[in-house]
Design a protein around this ligand. Structure first.
Ligand code: ZN
Ligand code: ZN
Length: 362
């Protein structure tokens, strides 16, 4: 029988979010219903509310979640009720042109649930990033539910489902950070700090954190930054060169998504260095660079989509690092809040007061 549960929706552009009854159908073939235990509040949820992603209102928000499988649909063999899972917004299809090229981490046709979750009047909801987890239950494709260690704390490991994986993978999967590298990370929110933690774990000899907010630079040190640069008062390109014998960093992760920070990342690289853009830009933004510098500096300019991750490979690895005390996921959880607290959490996020507010559902 379909369940009617509480969920947080964005009904129309720019309006405060609302908590409403949400109807979650029984899982169909290849689908599972998950009892959500925890879900982080991410900038992307706010972008949905502001109409910056698309106009498919109403949205069921929330997408950085962990929970327990409560029901499985026909043909689902790898999950059972009670399993502890982190939800992913990439579930490689195995059949698209990227999967067929052996690159499932770019999958162009990732699976989502086929049936909609709805309002009580039958209006279909658009789940944020195909998840919709600011809700007591959510319906996803079975491939989106990734089994992880059941001993892990839901409010910490749920964050792997988006921001942590994006930042971690930007450094390690996309940027290929390796032992002895000098790394710079521009933008020290949740994604940037995850890139810093990943670089540190991967053996970088130096991890330079760049931000305009001294409080965020303090936090960055907790995750493994060896040096910090406040780019409001110091030219970050000059500072990064000065820290690297005048050369620049081997890998620069741009975790802001703005033309000026992209240019900083471009020029802060060593020759043949790698730039990884993981910050999501506004559709109106453009960047201009001298073509001779593009050629002459060589290296690689890459974009990182969701940390170029394979959730079934990478989520359990990150949970393992967390359980061993090497990846401080608890450090990303600034506060836990009830479902009713999402709107206020957006305001704290915009003021830069938190790394992550995490909704906890008992
Ligand atoms: Zn695919
Ligand atoms: Zn997110």
């Amino acid at each position: 029988m379909p369940a009617t549960v509480r969920g947080v929706i964005a009904r129309s552009k720019g309006e405060p979010v609302e908590m409403v009854p949400v109807v979650v159908p029984d899982p169909g073939p290849g689908e599972v219903v998950v009892d959500v235990r925890a879900c982080g509040v991410c900038h992307t949820d706010l972008h949905y509310r502001e109409g910056a992603i698309n106009d498919d209102f109403p949205f069921l928000l929330g997408h950085e979640a962990a929970g327990h499988v409560s029901a499985v649909g026909e043909g689902v063999t790898h999950l059972s009720p009670g399993d502890f899972v982190v939800l992913a917004w990439r579930a490689p299809c195995g059949a698209c042109r990227s999967c067929r090229r052996g690159r499932p981490w770019y999958c162009f046709d990732s699976a989502n649930a086929r049936q909609p979750m709805t309002l009580e009047d039958g209006t279909a909801l658009s789940p944020a990033l195909g998840i919709g987890a600011f809700c007591e239950k959510t319906l996803v494709a079975a491939g989106q539910a990734v089994l992880v260690d059941p001993e892990a704390r839901p409010e910490a490991v749920g964050l792997i489902g988006c921001g942590i994986m994006a930042g971690y993978g930007a450094a390690v999967n996309t940027g290929g950070v390796a032992t002895g590298d000098a790394v710079a990370v521009i933008g020290c929110g949740g994604v940037g700090d995850a890139a810093i933690a990943a670089s540190s774990i991967a053996g970088a000899r130096m991890v330079i954190a760049v931000d305009v907010d001294d409080r965020k630079l303090e936090w960055a040190r907790r995750f493994g930054a060896t040096h910090t640069v406040n780019s409001a008062s110091t030219d970050p390109v000059e500072a990064i060169r000065a820290l690297t014998d005048g050369n620049g960093a081997d890998v620069v992760v741009e975790a802001v998504g703005r033309p000026e920070t992209y240019r900083q990342a471009f020029f802060a690289r060593d020759l043949a260095g790698t730039l990884v853009q993981v910050g999501v830009p506004d559709p109106t933004m453009t960047v201009e660079l001298p073509l001779i510098e593009l050629f002459g500096r060589g290296g690689a300019l890459k974009s990182s989509w969701y940390g170029d991750c394979l959730p079934t490979r990478d989520f359990p690895r990150l949970v393992d690092l967390y359980r061993k005390g090497r990846l401080d996921l608890d450090g990303f959880v600034s506060e836990t809040i009830p479902l009713e607290g999402v709107e206020e959490a957006f305001a704290r996020m915009q003021r830069g007061e938190v790394l992550r507010s995490v909704v906890v559902i008992d």
